[in-house]
Design a protein around this ligand. Structure first.
Ligand SMILES: NC(=O)c1ccc[n+]([C@@H]2O[C@H](COP(=O)([O-])OP(=O)(O)OC[C@H]3O[C@@H](n4cnc5c(N)ncnc54)[C@H](O)[C@@H]3O)[C@@H](O)[C@H]2O)c1
Length: 431
């Protein structure tokens, strides 16, 4: 099939490359000229495991191309995916300006029947809005489909190739049929393709992210209670997660959730519910708990050092989670900012996010080329992102490099007894 994907960010680029991989001809469109120039040369602007090889292979085979010319892409494609950003607006709502601008352009330039697919995460009712906008611009027939994306950054290619399920909101049979055939190669092992109305499909995405965020905030509260009673949140997590009704995923306490999705999607769901006069109380608490949790590590550091002024703090991990360079809403941002505000010097290391971090912190912090370089003469180490390479470090070497002996582990990656044996004072979450 001939496909256009508008927006080549973390979602659009993965969607485009994966659809090309199954033999479709995909034209990826972005308004960011520098990004398109780089992509045309086979350079991938983001870090996502497996994506570079996938893009380059399909480019080489001539199935994947990049352009800034939206009209050209619309005319040459049967299916048009909208995968542009829907950032948080000032009032917490999802900012739809990019989605709606693309929809109008599609209507203006289409030259025959097209299926327009909302891939971006959009509030309930957006498919209807998109339909109205396109209808105002064209007399050609078209279908609007809502197809939320559930991929995880850091495992995006795998998630798209082997989805747990595919959700398709469709208001007519031809749109639903075309989407089903497009996704069939990805669901051969039995993952369901779920066809439903657009409003339900749109809400699936928010409900999924909000539920995952709720589990995180819930476990962070349990961790805080564990600390008050001398319980071990790891034991509690295992005891709870082994219940099949609950399951083991997303029960790890930490420094609060971040990233480009959970924070904005939780806010948007609260907001569009409020538009219908519904007070989403659970999610308001989830957000408040998350904001508080981002301060927990710095509170522990202040309690330990009494004053952070003049202290040198090593930070391991800046990305909002491992295997990505994305720092959107990363807990590392408020943690580093708070350290700086309290007069500490920060020496940070992240395997992938350092370029992005430089755009945020500039030269207010030092960037280490290797994890151990960040430890030189540090009074303490803070672990913010649980990259694999931090899990089994050379502890004696760390002791030698650091001036102090204290570790604040925001991801519980070490065993307290092991740390004591290595001579560290060790603070973690809920243990
Ligand atoms: N990042 C994730 O893990 C994830 C997962 C599932 C769903 N989503 C949703 O997918 C959508 C995209 O997210 P993302 O993380 O890929 O965003 P992103 O910011 O990485 O990428 C968006 C891209 O769209 C481009 N763009 C914006 N307006 C455009 C226009 N008018 N024409 C052409 N290009 C335009 C931007 O230049 C940018 O390259 C959002 O709605 C997000 O909530 C994201």
């Amino acid at each position: 099939m001939k496909i256009a994907v508008v927006g080549t960010g973390y979602v659009g680029l993965v969607v485009g490359a994966c659809l090309a991989e199954t033999g479709n001809n995909v034209l990826c469109v972005d308004k960011d000229q520098a990004k398109v120039r780089a992509l045309k040369r086979g350079r991938i602007p983001i870090f996502e495991p497996g994506l570079t090889e996938l893009v380059q292979r399909n480019q080489h085979e001539g199935r994947l191309e990049f352009t800034t010319q939206l009209p050209k892409a619309i005319i040459s494609s049967q299916i048009i995916f909208i995968a542009v950003g829907t950032p948080q607006g000032e009032d917490g709502s999802a900012d739809l300006q990019h989605v709606l601008a693309v929809a109008s352009d599609v209507g203006r330039h289409m030259d025959g029947y097209k299926v327009i697919v909302n891939k971006s995460t959009v509030p309930v009712g957006t498919a209807a809005k998109v339909r109205r906008l396109i209808g105002a611009e064209t007399t050609h027939p078209f279908s609007v489909v809502s197809n939320p994306e559930f991929l995880k950054q850091g495992a995006a290619v795998d998630d798209f190739m082997k989805p747990d399920r595919v959700v398709i909101g469709a208001e007519d049979q031809s749109g639903a049929d075309l989407m089903e055939s497009l996704y069939r190669p990805f669901t051969r092992t039995g993952a369901p393709i779920m066809i439903m109305d657009c409003a339900s499909a749109e809400l699936c995405k928010y409900a999924a992210n909000a539920l995952l965020a709720t589990r995180i905030s819930f476990m962070n509260e349990i961790a805080n209670v564990c600390e008050l009673f001398g319980a071990d949140v790891d034991r509690v997590r295992q005891g709870v997660g082994s219940d099949r009704r609950i399951g083991t995923s997303f029960l790890f306490p930490g420094v609060g959730y971040g990233g480009s999705c959970f924070p904005k999607d939780v806010k948007a769901l609260v907001r569009f519910s409020a538009d219908k006069k519904y007070d989403f109380q659970v999610l308001k608490a989830v957000e408040a708990v998350n904001e508080r949790q981002k301060r927990v590590l710095v509170d522990k550091m202040q309690a330990h050092f009494k004053s952070l002024k003049g202290k040198t703090i090593a930070v391991w991990g800046l990305a909002f989670k491992p295997k990505t360079d994305d720092m959107r809403e990363a807990p590392a941002i408020p943690i580093v900012q708070s350290l700086l505000k309290h007069g500490a010097k920060v020496q940070a290391y992240d395997p992938e996010a350092q370029r992005v971090a430089r755009e945020i912190f500039g030269d207010r912090i030092k960037y280490a080329a290797k994890s151990y370089d960040a430890l030189k003469n540090a009074d303490g180490l803070v672990i913010v992102t649980e990259w694999q390479e931090f899990r089994e470090p050379d502890f004696p070497k760390m002791r030698k490099l650091m001036r102090g002996t204290v570790i604040f582990d925001g991801r519980n990656i070490y065993e307290p007894a092991q740390m004591k044996a290595h001579g560290f004072t060790y603070h973690s979450i809920g243990r």
